[in-house]
Design a binder for this molecule. Structure first.
Ligand code: LLP
Length: 455
């Protein structure tokens, strides 16, 4: 598969690195997410290289693909963690990250989460195996809390005071920039719930300074995900640099600029410019500031994970309708919600394929294809993986690979219609490891099995 080197057709079947996909599925069943460790490493190294003149610190966006073993891999590569809940904090901690190497973002942090970010413990998860085994002295306040409102800043200051720590805080700025992405993943326009309107920021710095219990160390921005063109980033960075100038004129020292995520990734060949184009535009803007001591952070998720993972499903039935052919699979909106939620395109293709290698295109243009809807078992018309797609004729029992599913696939899975979550497998060269067992329905039922009398 051009552009996705980790998943290639060889000897008539799709391989994940060196392992034939049918061999994995034979032992773990479907639906299953399969990730390639080598693809993850390659993508991370590419990010590092592109932005190396800026000495960027990368905070892996745990939400994109949160499996503990994937977080551990990211940690081993040298990434810090971008967490957005107390649950993710514990997850990142379990994966080996130091709390000091985490940034804690999110628009609706609860009091408990703010407290947990400052003492490094998310108390409701106590008892999770492994959590207490890590050296307790390495826990402590997260490196940075990204605050999205004055209300939140007040609660951060309150908990800092209660716990006797001085939180390091970046204000998330809403620069009112259009990233030209799906409306549901646009985050930096004034009508979005995220961040604090840019014009309000200087007054907040003036009012909060250093004496009100928090250290306002910098600014955070995340305009959307993915951002399919370079210019909105440049616009946001320029706005933020102007803001930094203004803040410094008023006497505040800005140490940190966190540029968030949204880095480009191809779901279709050459859909977005290469990452290096983004770097080429941004490095000259930021270089002089870095020379003067500014620390740049980024929070990549999709760029690293999306094309490092596939979802494999099995065809349960094929139905020739009057209007079209329906290929009915055991994966659906409960296992990968992106097509249903954003009408997102995911290339998909049979796992067994002896023809010409398909290209990552909406219509691969090969002979003998038929128009199909690939759908799941869920009782909703919106439950589709692909609509009006040109595919080779497929039969019951056949395996289908859904590509570019490594980011925001497993993390957005649900138990809708009482399906357990898919299994996860990590492949590295010719080795494969089960990194998440298929969820037994018993765990879904466990919390509702017995009614507990309240009054
Ligand atoms: N930082 C912040 C503050 C974010 O909100 C996000 C993504 C990221 C970093 C990571 O962005 P990335 O590098 O992965 O693009 N569920 C959607 C994507 C929602 C993204 C939410 N925030 C999808 O499936 O496309």
């Amino acid at each position: 598969m051009k552009h996705i080197e980790a998943f290639l057709y060889r000897d008539g079947v799709l391989h994940a690195d060196g392992v034939p996909v049918p061999q994995i599925i034979e032992s773990v069943g479907t639906p299953t997410y399969i990730y390639s460790a080598s693809a993850i490493r390659t993508a991370y190294r590419r990010l590092e290289a592109a932005f190396s003149p800026l000495g960027v610190r990368f905070q892996y966006a745990v939400k994109s693909s949160p499996n503990l073993h994937l977080c551990r891999l990211m940690h081993d590569l040298g990434a810090g963690m971008d967490v957005v809940s107390g649950g993710e904090l514990d997850r990142a901690w379990l994966a080996g990250a130091r709390t000091a190497d985490m940034v804690f973002a999110g628009v609706g942090k609860t009091d408990e989460e703010i407290r947990s970010a400052l003492d490094g413990r998310f108390h409701t998860l106590e008892g999770v195996p492994g959590l207490e085994e890590r050296e307790p002295e390495r826990r402590g306040p997260v490196g940075i809390l990204n605050a999205e409102s004055i209300s939140e800043l007040e609660r951060i200051a309150y908990w800092g005071n209660e716990l006797g720590v001085r939180p390091r805080v970046c204000l998330r700025v809403n620069p009112d920039v259009d990233p030209h992405t799906h409306e549901y993943t646009t985050t930096g326009k004034e009508e979005n719930k995220f961040g604090i309107d840019a014009p309000l920021i200087p007054d907040i710095f003036d009012a909060w300074g250093r004496e009100r219990g928090v250290d306002l160390v910098g600014l955070h921005v995340h305009i959307g995900s993915p951002v399919p063109t370079v210019e909105p980033y440049a616009e946001a960075v320029e706005a933020l640099l102007n803001l930094i100038d203004e803040l410094e004129r008023r006497g505040s020292k800005i140490e940190v600029l966190d540029l968030g995520g949204g880095w480009p990734m191809n779901y279709v060949e050459e859909q977005v410019p290469p990452l290096e184009d983004y770097a080429e535009r941004l490095v000259p803007l930021l270089g002089p500031r870095v020379q003067n001591g500014l620390q740049v952070l980024m929070e990549p998720g999709r760029f690293i994970m999306a094309n490092s993972g596939i979802l494999v499903t099995r065809v349960q039935h094929v139905k020739k309708g009057r209007a079209k052919t329906f290929v009915i699979c055991d994966a659906g909106m409960h296992s990968l919600i992106r097509p249903a939620l954003y009408r997102a395109f995911h290339f998909l293709w049979p796992v067994a394929w002896t023809g010409e290698a398909p290209r990552l295109l909406e219509d691969p243009g090969l002979p003998g294809l038929e128009t199909c809807d690939v759908v799941g078992p869920i009782c909703e018309t919106g439950d589709f993986l692909a609509r009006d797609r040109q595919l080779p004729p497929m039969g019951r029992g056949e395996l289908v690979a859904i590509f570019s599913a490594g980011a925001y696939g497993m993390s957005m899975v649900s138990n809708y219609n009482d399906h357990g979550r898919p299994a996860e497998v990590l492949v590295d060269g010719d080795r494969a490891a089960m990194i998440n067992e298929r969820q037994p329905l018993a765990t879904v039922l466990a919390t509702e099995h017995e009614a507990r009398e309240l009054w």
